[in-house]
Design a protein around this ligand. Sequence first.
Ligand code: PGA
Length: 255
Amino acid sequence: MTAQRRPLIAGNWKMNGLRATAMPLAGELATKMNNADDAFFDMLVCPPATLLEAVNDLALETNLAVGGQDCHMNTSGAHTGDISAEMLKDMGCAYVIVGHSERRADHAESDEVVKSKAEAALAAGLIAIVCVGETEAERDKGITIDVVAAQILGSLPEGATAANTVAAYEPVWAIGTGRTPTSDEVQEVHAMMRKTLAEKIGADEADKMRLLYGGSVKPSNAVELMGLADVDGALVGGASLSHTDFWAIAESCPK
Ligand code: PGA
């Protein structure tokens, strides 16, 4: 983290949340963000599509940002069940996650597809959070750096800047497992990501771009992870469903 990068704490609620519990959760976070005059981080929640409208309405005129968990690569058309980036924007969203490993695995999304989705997000005026990360087998084979570099190069949208794109490193084996890479391992990947981005979009934009870490982030490990030189926030799954845990993670960012 450096002064030129404002931390982003993003909650990915995945397929969790009904109105009865989700609205109080969003409400607590919106209130806390508004009361924190000196919030030194940006906070984002990405609820399931069914809650997007309600959470967006609740977050209107607060400092809590709302995003989608996925978008289609096209703006409209015959794609039953899908949601376009333009529709997310229309609803009030500011961000969208693309290329989460669960989407890559469950829906066979390739880097090429993720790139198209990220480009659709940018065209709609959304900030794309592009996810990358190796599987456990890839880490065991010692090819993490190569795999993540290839994913970054293959998934990054044309026209990516620090203002319209965020990259998230999420080792697949760390998601929802309670296991995390060591701090050295996280920093090694993030430093490589920034170097790869510098070659692609220039050192200036790469230096300003926020790189999130995701995978079993919780209050007990957040201080160490958020303190790493090239980690500029977190993409949080399980712990984002508790407003106290999620807030504690946000407050772990160095000021
Ligand atoms: P987790 O999920 O925090 O539950 O490990 C992270 C994610 O999938 O974004």
